[in-house]
Each structure stands twice: as structure tokens, then as C-alpha cells.
Design a protein around this ligand. Structure first.
Ligand SMILES: NC(=O)C1=CN([C@@H]2O[C@H](COP(=O)(O)OP(=O)(O)OC[C@H]3O[C@@H](n4cnc5c(N)ncnc54)[C@H](O)[C@@H]3O)[C@@H](O)[C@H]2O)C=CC1
Ligand SMILES: O=C(O)C(=O)Cc1ccc(O)cc1
Length: 296
């Protein structure tokens, strides 16, 4: 076997993302020789033991990080700072701290003040997931053929970037190094705003008068069903995402609102060309995703 990328990897938060990482390592031990999971929820710890997807399981993140050469924070973005503050003093010199958070500027701001000179912090974000959460939701091929975005801070070393690049390549992802603010803008439009729209449209449908509401579920066409899939995502995770990428989400929402108003105007004034062009652009985006094999 090749030299493993890491000896001991600790995943804090073995939910959808964390347990998928653990499952992948279990299949490919050249990623890490030994795995540890830590979760403050005792039921999650119990389930991870039953599933036998980690070599060791702790309820206390502080105890779990001893001797680790890589610690992965896979917890909601609003919890990252506090956990980093508690674990960093117990981490081994030279160890890497990384995360999987959906927002980057706020996570970096929350973690950086606690990063000591002997720890390398490499912020990362796998662009892969589902609407499900928890340790049962994970699967080892989740990251296959997807992107992992790495957003180094001015203190992140090249050696740290190289290690986390290897780690995520072994998970099956392609890698892009992105500027932190740019990451948050891009994710606001491709991920955060679509979720905001899905949650909102389900609420709008639910707030219709009684007779229309009862029909929503009976006749739900596949477009509405697709929105309900996205809208069934975890409330804690998404509350944290919205509150931790406020500026970029509000900016993209304002642009979206302008475009929706333009569409409303086109419908009011029967502007066939505008309506047709808008639909055609949507179709082109879908086709380019299929052509680039981003959709199965
Ligand atoms: N769900 C998705 O599709 C994706 C999520 N992400 C990001 O990855 C992270 C994890 O997301 P998921 O795996 O979906 O969440 P999840 O809800 O499936 O798992 C999170 C786990 O963290 C644990 N946890 C919460 N606070 C904790 C704390 N203070 N200490 C220790 N454990 C704690 C929870 O008990 C839970 O088991 C989030 O930051 C999210 O933004 C990134 C890409 C995709
Ligand atoms: O399931 C979906 O629709 C997703 O969009 C998954 C997802 C959720 C959050 C991320 O930060 C990245 C990917």
C-alpha cells in the first residue's frame, strides 16, 4: 500500500458529510490508517458505533483530537468557531484543521482567532450533498466527480493545501482554489438562493386559502415536487448558512427579485420574446450541466 495521506483523521460531526468521508476512508485505507469520530449528540455516537464506520467514537470533541494529524469539522457553520476554540489547544503540533462548511468568510472569521502558529488551517467546501442529514444519510460515493472548493487564508501553507487537495482527490472530487469572498458569492447564487426559494415557495403554497392548499399536494406537478425535495433539507444547517452568508445572499436575492419583476412585466405586457428568451437561457444551463456530466 502507498504511504497513507494521513495516519489519524478525526471527523467532528459524522452526519451526512462527515459519515460519507468516514465511509470513503473505510473503503480506501490509503487515505487514513485510523479514523476517529466525535459528536456531541449521544444518539449519533451510538449510531456511528452500530454502523462501525469509525475506529473510535467520542462524545467530547476535545478528547477526540489527541494525536490526530487531520481534524475535519463537518458540523453546522454556526458551531465551527466554538468547537475550534475548544479543540485547537489539544491538537498535535503540525496538525491540519479543515472544515466542510457551506460558507467560508464567516467560518474563517470564527476559526482564525484560535488558530495557533503550529496548526495549519485549510478551509474547504465539498460541493456535494443531499437533502438528508445524519450518519445514516452518508454514502462513500457522495463526492465522486464533484468539486471541492479550497479557500486558503493568508496563513494557510502550500503544504497544507497540497495535503487537503490529495485528501479530497482521494474522496473523488476535482479541486478548485478560490478566493474566500468569491466562494461565498458563487455559492449564494448556485446553492443558497435556490434553497431560500425552495423553502419560500413551499411556505407560499402552504399559506394559500384552504381549498387551493388542499390541492397543492394532490396535484403537485414535478416542478413543485423538485422544490419540496430541496425544501426538506435540515433546518439548523440552513438557518446557519443564511445567517452566515448574509451579504452575498441578500445581494443575489435583490438581483433575482429584479429579474423576477422583469419576467412579471413581460407576462403583463405579453412580451413573447422576453419570456421565450428567459426560458431558453434556463434550458441552455441545464443542457450544459448534462453535457459536462454534472448531472446523472
Ligand atoms: N448537507 C449538505 O448537502 C452539505 C453540507 N455541507 C456543510 O457540511 C457541514 C455538515 O453538514 P451535514 O453533514 O449536512 O450535517 P448533519 O446535520 O448531517 O451532521 C452534522 C453533525 O454535527 C453534529 N454537531 C452539531 N454541533 C456539534 C458540535 N458543537 N460538536 C460536535 N458535533 C456537533 C450533529 O449532531 C450532527 O451529527 C455543514 O457545515 C454544512 O454547511 C457541505 C456540503 C453539502
Ligand atoms: O441537495 C442539494 O440540492 C444540494 O444543493 C446539496 C448541497 C448543499 C449544501 C452545500 O454547501 C453543497 C451542496
Amino acid at each position: 500500500m502507498n504511504t497513507p495521506i494521513f495516519n489519524r483523521v478525526v471527523v467532528i460531526g459524522p452526519g451526512l458529510i462527515g459519515s460519507s468521508i468516514l465511509r470513503r476512508i473505510q473503503k480506501d485505507r490509503s487515505i487514513a490508517l485510523y479514523t476517529v469520530a466525535a459528536d456531541t449528540n449521544p444518539q449519533v455516537c451510538e449510531r456511528v458505533r452500530e454502523l462501525a464506520i469509525a475506529d473510535e467514537v467520542y462524545q467530547d470533541p476535545v478528547q477526540s483530537v489527541k494525536d490526530a494529524d487531520c481534524v475535519v469539522l463537518a458540523i453546522p457553520v454556526g458551531a465551527m468557531g466554538e468547537v475550534a476554540k475548544n479543540i485547537i489547544p489539544h491538537m498535535k503540533k503540525g496538525a491540519i484543521l479543515t472544515d466542510t462548511g457551506s460558507t467560508k468568510e464567516s467560518v474563517i472569521k470564527a476559526i482564525e482567532p484560535y488558530v495557533t502558529s503550529d496548526i495549519v488551517f485549510v478551509p474547504a467546501h465539498p460541493m456535494a450533498g443531499t437533502e438528508f442529514s445524519g450518519p445514516d444519510a452518508g454514502f462513500e460515493s457522495l463526492f465522486e466527480n464533484r468539486w471541492c472548493l479550497i479557500t486558503p487564508t493568508p496563513h494557510t501553507t502550500q503544504a497544507g493545501i497540497d495535503k487537503i487537495t490529495k485528501f479530497w482527490q482521494a474522496m473523488g472530487t476535482n479541486i478548485r482554489i478560490l478566493d474566500i469572498k468569491h466562494h461565498d458569492k458563487v455559492c449564494a447564487i448556485v446553492s443558497h438562493l435556490p434553497h431560500l426559494i425552495a423553502f419560500t415557495i413551499c411556505n407560499t403554497a402552504d399559506s394559500l386559502e384552504d381549498e387551493a392548499r388542499s390541492e397543492v399536494l394532490d396535484y403537485a406537478a414535478s416542478g413543485f415536487r423538485d422544490f419540496t425535495r430541496v425544501a426538506s433539507s435540515d433546518p439548523t444547517m440552513w438557518r446557519d448558512v443564511f445567517l452566515n452568508n448574509r451579504e452575498a445572499i441578500l445581494e443575489m436575492l435583490a438581483r433575482f427579485t429584479e429579474d423576477a419583476q422583469a419576467m412579471a412585466k413581460a407576462i403583463r405586457w405579453k412580451d413573447e420574446d422576453y419570456i421565450t428568451q428567459t426560458i431558453q437561457k434556463g434550458r441552455r444551463i441545464r443542457k450544459s450541466l448534462i453535457d459536462n456530466k454534472q448531472l446523472q
